[in-house]
Design a protein around this ligand. Structure first.
Ligand code: GLN
Length: 303
């Protein structure tokens, strides 16, 4: 069997759509580009080419894997985030576009002392120490390190496999100064002589309610690490730990930025607003207009 590229991809698309894959047309093209080692922009130039038997077979094998609902990124091994290519595996959460908003906000905080155009109610800093807590692939911390000169970044995760992936990403992307620390939440930052403290703690912790997990897309439910998704019975387990402990790990007027689920704004802001160690608890939306981020500033110590 030999087929023109256009037809080959059309068949791939139909097979993916029949299997319930959401972005069948995009993924059918991506799989072809991955197989041919070409950029999406070069695909049009190959549209009329005729693929030979073995290549058609190789393509349909890739399509079959994707049709079994293996995430595209587990087949290609990578995901773009903030214009950088991160390697991923089934040991780390695939970086989501929704999370880029929080990184952009963090860069504004670091570079301009501003959040969504408003000057922050805290001292401006020239140099920042940043902790990406629950870093997974390292997408948040490494992007921040790459996109601003003003900070020293530490990435931490409870999973050694995730940290190894983050370390590889840091090395491949030239983010050599990013420090990797294996830690169950803040534990490794506790010290006998005092805790390690940061100007900014940023986190995309697991936040899906346990009872929602069975209803997630098979790509997420069956292939992404449960430990990166499951936020416990009410989805708030990790926000409670952060609310309780982060003040011990923030410098004076330190800033906290967290991704949240689109339906968690009320509960998470309440958690932080009810604690007078925090000031200026703020909720922000993502580009799709959904609630996505909560920030807070460590209150000045009361006399
Ligand atoms: N945003 C992810 C999802 O939709 C969840 C990420 C998380 O739990 N931190 O699957």
């Amino acid at each position: 069997m030999s087929l023109p590229v256009k037809e080959l991809i059309k068949i791939g698309e139909t097979q993916l759509a029949d299997a319930g894959v959401e972005d069948a047309a995009i993924d059918a093209k991506e799989l072809f580009c991955y197989m041919m080692h070409i950029d999406r922009t070069r695909l049009m130039m190959r549209w009329q080419d005729v693929m030979q038997d073995n290549q058609c077979e190789e393509y349909f094998d890739l399509v079959a894997r994707r049709a079994s609902r293996v995430p595209l990124q587990h087949i290609t091994g990578e995901q773009e985030f903030m214009g950088l290519t991160f390697q991923v595996s089934d040991k780390v959460l695939i970086p989501r576009q929704d999370t880029e908003t929080m990184v952009e906000d963090a860069l504004d905080v670091i570079n301009k002392n501003k959040l969504r155009g408003e000057t922050l109610n805290c001292r401006a800093r020239r140099n920042w120490t940043v902790l990406d807590l629950c870093c997974g692939s390292g997408a948040i911390g490494i992007s921040i390190d790459k996109l601003t000169e003003r900070c020293k970044v530490t990435c931490s995760d409870i999973s050694g496999d995730a940290l190894a992936m983050a370390e590889k990403n840091a090395a491949d992307l030239g983010a050599k100064s990013v420090k990797m620390v294996k830690s169950d939440m803040f534990e490794a930052f506790r010290g006998k002589l005092g805790n390690k403290k940061f100007d900014l703690i940023i986190s995309n912790p697991p936040y899906i309610r346990s009872d929602v997990i069975p209803a997630l897309q098979p790509e997420v439910r069956d292939h992404e690490p449960l430990s990166a998704l499951d936020g416990g019975e009410d989805g708030l387990t990790f926000y409670r730990i952060i609310a309780d402990q982060a003040p011990e790990f923030l410098k004076k007027e330190g800033i906290l930025m967290m991704e949240i689920g689109h339906d968690q704004m009320g509960e998470v802001t309440k958690l932080f607003s009810a604690d007078d160690r925090y000031s200026y608890v703020t909720g922000l939306k993502d580009l799709a207009g959904r609630d996505r981020i909560v920030t807070a500033i460590l209150s000045p110590k009361k006399k």
